[in-house]
Design a protein around this ligand. Sequence first.
Ligand code: ZN
Ligand code: ZN
Length: 254
Amino acid sequence: MLTVSTHILRSIFHLVFPATCAGCGDSDDIYEGFCRCCNRELLRLAVLKYCPRCGATVGPGLQAGEDGCWACPDVSPRFGRLVRVTPYAQPLRRAAIRMKYHRRTQVAGHLVRLLAEAVSARCDTASLDVVLPVPMHWMRRLARGVNHSAVLAGGVAARLGLPLGEELVRVRNTPPQVRLPASRRAENVRGAFAVTRSAGLKGAHVLLIDDVLTTGATANEATRTLLAAGAEHVTVAVLAKAEPPTAYSKQLQA
Ligand SMILES: [Zn+2]
Ligand SMILES: [Zn+2]
C-alpha cells in the first residue's frame, strides 16, 4: 500500500515538476538524470580509452601504458592514476556547469553517480583510505556559496563507503587557472595548499576529487602537498579531462 502511495505521490510530483535532462534540459525519456540522446552520447564518450596518468584520450595516434603516454606533461603527474568519466564535452560539460553555477543538487547527484562508477571501474576501491576534495579558498567559497568539488567528494565517499577527509586546505587564493596559459598554471598554484592534522594521512591511499582536469597543475600541486604530509599514494578522479574534440573525434567514428 505504502509503495503504491509513494508511486502515486512521485508521479504527481513529476507531473508538477517534470524531471529534466541534466545535459540538455529536455524532459522526454529521462533515465538516470539524462535523456536518451544524452545517455547515448555519455556512453560513447565514457568508453573511450585514455592515458591513466594525464587523462588524454588514446587512439591510433597516441598509445598509453600504465606509465603514461608521450603527451603526458613534462613534469609527470605526481599522482599514481587518473580516473575520468568523459572528455570535457556535452552532455557532461553542461551538466557540470549547471551543478557549479546554478546549484542544481539533483544534477550533482547524477554526476556523483557517474564519478563513483568510473572510480569503481578503474580502481581497487578496497585500497582507498579516504576521499578528499580539491579545496577552494574560503574567500572564493564565500563568494560562490559552495565548493562543487566538496559536493562531488562527499557524494562519492558516501557511495563508496569511505570517509570524507578535510585535511587538505587552500592557503592561498590563486587566480582561476582557466584565465592563465598552460605554462603559468604550475607556478600559479605553487604553495597554494596545506595539510592540517597530517596524522590521519600517514601511509594513506587518498582519492582526490576535482571537477575538471586541464593541465593537471592543480591536482599535481595538491598531490605534492599530500605526499609531503605522509600520504602513501594519491589517485585523482575528475568528471572530465579538458581536451580538444580532435583528440577523440576519430575514435568516436571508429
Ligand atoms: Zn539530454
Ligand atoms: Zn598521458
